[in-house]
Design a protein around this ligand. Structure first.
Ligand SMILES: Nc1nc2c(ncn2[C@@H]2O[C@H](COP(=O)(O)OP(=O)(O)OP(=O)(O)O)[C@@H](O)[C@H]2O)c(=O)[nH]1
Ligand SMILES: [Mg+2]
Length: 443
């Protein structure tokens, strides 16, 4: 997972510190062990993890430690970390988190949840994700009380080229849903994602409406959006929806937000409903399949290289990357290529969040000032964009007067333009050397 902000930052910091103390120790005394468990307990509670969940978690870690005889192990610290990791994965849900599609024909997915938790946004994000996986999704607007809600879904649908079914605000919801399903089948869609209405409180009318839709369409999945910013109450909300609807999965939204995250850690353990996706931002692409093992690893400061590579493959324009690589290998590196590579790497998120994906680099990542790095990239981009195509192709043609014009156009100083030109020259030289080596290797 790649977040602009990782809500488990402070938990991660505390746990890493605690576990670092025991790592590499040849022997672990009973007192060391007790202290470590106590520190883990405090870290979890301070991060807002449900009290009972913390208690159960520590009990399991303790039992496992006795069972696997940590105190007499060759590398006791390492073994303890493994046990904590395994229990964390179990806490987050070690079962399969996939969507269960109908064996054939149309799969129906209902998105339910409290008002403002991100139903409509996740409905569109999910359609986008499934479309990328080769499915043919359709969206159904079942939140028909406010015309604005229908428009919101339509706007999102337009963005991703997914059809949105709606008969406006006058026709009854159930009739619309029934028609929508028939329409989807007739049109050969294989997934229908139903965006339902939210309420501020869990009221009976809403619940009845949801139950009626459920009884009508027998959805393969009922996904509940829960807002990670809600705090402890998230667990109660999830329980009441689950009691009534038998929810099949959770989407934790606003996972990129500024909360302590502990409530999100507890929700699977308390409700027994698996987390299937996390919403990690407002963009359509900000929905991720949930991988308990990867999150556990990140929380324990072990990085998450797998997600990083996946993200890079998804977000980067591979064709452009290839073009740039070919340019490089031919020894033709222009300012446009530089601009391109900056834009590609920016898509992956702030530098610090990229570094956190790398094992053992979380400390360094915390020291990086993203807004400085970001400003520098913005400056470079503005400078390149103020150049003429010919200048971008070959910056050596620029005279002082050109540089003054560019500095003015980009709101920077001539020094900045010179600095960029120097950096560019160095990179170009480097790539030239690389391309002359190309003949020695088979690329
Ligand atoms: N940061 C962040 N914002 C999100 C995320 N998901 C949704 N949002 C924002 O949350 C707000 C509410 O999202 P909606 O999708 O309209 O929520 P809803 O549940 O459909 O709301 P109602 O239909 O009014 O009940 C919007 O501003 C979204 O952009 C997320 O994962 N991260
Ligand atoms: Mg909505």
């Amino acid at each position: 997972m790649l977040y602009n902000k990782f809500m488990f930052d402070s938990l991660q910091e505390k746990l890493t510190k605690t576990l670092r103390n025991v790592q590499g120790k040849g022997k672990l005394s009973e007192r060391n062990m007790e202290e470590t468990l106590k520190e883990i307990r405090v870290a979890l509670l301070e991060s807002d993890v449900n009290y009972q969940v913390v208690k159960d978690f520590l009990e399991k870690v303790r039992q496992e430690s006795i069972g696997q005889d940590v105190l007499n192990a060759v590398e006791p610290g390492q073994l303890l970390i493994k046990i904590v990791n395994d229990e964390l994965i179990r806490l987050l849900g070690d079962e399969d988190n996939e969507i269960h599609f109908a064996p054939e024909g149309l799969t129906t997915i209902m998105i339910v949840g409290l008002q403002g938790t991100g139903k409509t946004t996740q409905a569109a994000k999910l359609a986008n994700l499934l479309k990328k996986k080769g499915r043919k999704p359709m969206l159904v607007a079942a939140d028909i009380i406010r015309p604005a809600a229908i428009d919101q879904l339509k706007t999102l649908g337009d963005q991703i080229n997914v059809e949105v079914y709606s008969e406006g605000t006058e026709v009854k919801v159930l009739t619309q849903v029934e028609n929508a399903i028939a329409y989807a089948k007739q049109k050969g869609y294989d997934v229908a994602i139903i965006d339902t209405a939210g309420r501020l409180q869990i009221d009976e009318v809403l619940m009845q409406e949801l139950k009626d839709i459920k009884d009508l369409v027998h959805p393969e999945e009922i996904l509940l959006t829960v807002d990670a910013l809600t705090g402890q109450d998230i667990v109660n909300v999830a329980n009441s929806f689950n009691d009534l609807l038998n929810v099949t999965g959770l989407i934790l939204t606003k996972f990129d937000g500024d909360s302590k995250g502990g409530a999100a850690l507890s929700v699977k353990a308390v409700t027994g409903v698996p987390i299937k996706y996390t919403g990690v931002g407002e963009k359509i692409s900000d929905l991720e399949t949930f991988h308990p093992d990867r999150l556990a690893q990140r929380i324990l400061g072990m990085g998450d290289v797998v997600s990083f590579v996946e993200k890079a493959q998804e977000e980067m324009d591979m064709k452009k990357a290839e073009e740039a690589a070919n340019h490089l290998l031919e020894g033709k590196f222009t300012m446009d290529d530089l601009l391109n590579s900056i834009e590609q790497s920016r898509k992956l998120g702030p530098l610090s969040s990229i570094m956190k994906m790398m094992p053992g680099m979380s400390d360094m990542a915390n020291a990086i000032n993203d807004s400085d790095a970001d400003n520098e990239l913005k400056r470079i981009k503005a400078i390149i964009q103020s150049m003429t195509p010919a200048e971008r192709e070959d910056p050596s043609i620029m005279r002082s007067s050109h540089k003054r014009r560019i500095a003015k156009g980009s709101g920077t100083k001539v020094e900045d333009v010179n600095k960029l030109c120097n950096q560019y020259d160095k990179m170009k030289k480097l790539f030239k050397n690389m391309s002359s080596m190309k003949s020695l290797f088979k690329f």
